[in-house]
Design a protein around this ligand. Sequence first.
Ligand SMILES: *[C@@H]1O[C@H](CO)[C@@H](O)[C@H](O)[C@H]1NC(C)=O
Length: 209
Amino acid sequence: MKLPRGFITILALYVFIHHMEALEVGGPTQELINSICAETVDYELCKEIIHKHLDTKTMNLFDLTHLIFRIATEHASDTYVFIGNILREHPDPEETTGLNTCLTAYTDETSTFLKVRHEFCQEDYERMIIDILSTRKILKRCRTDFQIPLNKKKLLIEKGRVMKILINMSAVSGYMVTNGNGYLLSSVVTEPCFFNDVDQVSNRLISSL
Ligand SMILES: *[C@@H]1O[C@H](CO)[C@@H](O)[C@H](O)[C@H]1NC(C)=O
């Protein structure tokens, strides 16, 4: 079979342009995000969370994992502050027990994710996975069956839902890194592990205690 020359030129151009485009709009990064999110409880929410925090178009598995851990740490510490504020506004004894349990849960959630990030940067993946899995149990300690204003309760439940998927996302990408899937995008330059924002989160936690 002989294909007309023009057809082959157009085909070659199409493949070339398509490929260029994919690289420019971060195609491989999007594929990576899709493959991480496909293994989580909520594909759409996972993608939404990542896109909201993405600051560059191309990221490899290491960058994305680092980003997910950072979002999880910040979400845990923000929720800690949120619960602290409810406690200040509603100091009735019947509410404080449940709220205090949640407060401790989110403190532990924050410090565990700080640890996870440290282990990730140290390439101590075995301990990292153990610690990620422990955050599931920690989250379960915060039940929301106590009496607080409905709007606050709804927010707390929503924050718990986001925390849950962030833990799931952390586990998924943590496993991918551990299993050495990073070679998939090894051509993308990896940023070294930075810890400046870890200090920021811990300072915020300490100052709000
Ligand atoms: C993420 O959540 C899904 C759905 O609950 C679950 O099947 C999967 O095992 C979780 N992945 C990890 C690595 O925890």
